[in-house]
Design a protein around this ligand. Sequence first.
Ligand SMILES: *Cc1c(COP(=O)(O)O)cnc(C)c1O
Length: 418
Amino acid sequence: MHHFTYRNDELYCEELPVKIIAESVGTPFYLYSHATLSRHFHAFYDAFEGVERLICYSAKANTSLAILKLFASMGGGLDIVSGGELYRGLLAGFPPEKIVYSGVGKRVDEIDMALEKGILMFNVESLEELDLLNQRAGRIGKRAQVALRVNPDVDPKTHPYIATGLKNNKFGIDAESAIEGYKAAKRLPNIRILGIDCHIGSQITEAKPFRDALENLKGLIHELKRLGIPLEYLDMGGGLGIIYDDETPPLPNEYAKAIVDSLKRIHLKLILEPGRVIVGNAGILVAKVLYRKKGKAKEFVIVDAAMNDLIRPSLYHAYHSVWPVVKAGTKTIIADLVGPICESGDFLALDRSIADVKRDDLLAVMSAGAYGFVMSSTYCSRPRIPEVMVRKDRFHVIRERETHEDLVRGESLPPFIT
Ligand SMILES: *Cc1c(COP(=O)(O)O)cnc(C)c1O
């Protein structure tokens, strides 16, 4: 599934020992495998063979320019959720006509930018947004191409923070209101109805919620057709899960089958917005052991990476495997893997059986390619860490380590404080 493997007890990324990279760039850092990224993109794309489709990689999972450029060069489209992601996407070479724009809180300036660039489609999340789009498009003599994001009210059986298609979530428009929304959209002169969209959540490990969502949308699609509102695109969003621990998510082929089987009779072009499934297992976080410490109740391994670098364990209680970069024996300990930040919530793993490491040993926090670096912050004035990409036996720093000067960039002192 990925290209992080041991050779003679040393962890390699493709053809390169992780330790060599650590010696060169210092720790902590994110490390991505080019072969894994391209392979995952291909596997996902190929799974829908025979279906007219656009794979709009979901930028927010990992917005590194190098990664975006890779997927753009492979013919991918992009799913964005902000003006900043649009900026990055265009810089990386995505054609605007392959970009879809989701999100409940699109600002006027962001809408204007996307209209000006001529993106494929806005996934509209409220009727007020629809009106605003109509207004802003009219101002520059364009028509905004839209899909309504429908909330199909299915339970994706994932962490509540990343379930997005339930009726109590802020996302999308419920199915009944959607019909009214489409009727309204049809009356708006500067709106062109292009499709229908849903995104039910993330890290979904069964096919059924996707199938259920699609069934709900199909009802709507037929109803819209009866009302004289034909559609061109069906956007099924993202959300396919990956293996972090012992999950058994459907493979892209199985996921595709679940959708395509049910799609046969509607003849819409398919858009998919995969994020995690493409990049999640293509990246790791490499950290160095600073200290070991035995408390009364627990043993701690303190490393130089922290919750500001990878927040998923703290935020979602997410599980990430922890591997030694060099295996120095078979002895293991049970410990909490924690960072230097002054919060009890600062951990990367809890009560985990890990290698019996010592000071200066390197550890790899696995499956950190999605929602890793992009969610990092400079909390506690910790500069953001570098991102490195490996291709075969070469590596390239695709984002350098921030400096202390970077931390204070843009700050200024008011004259009334002397
Ligand atoms: C986050 C998001 C995605 C990607 O989700 P994954 O679980 O990473 O595949 C796709 N579409 C929308 C609208 C999103 O918000």
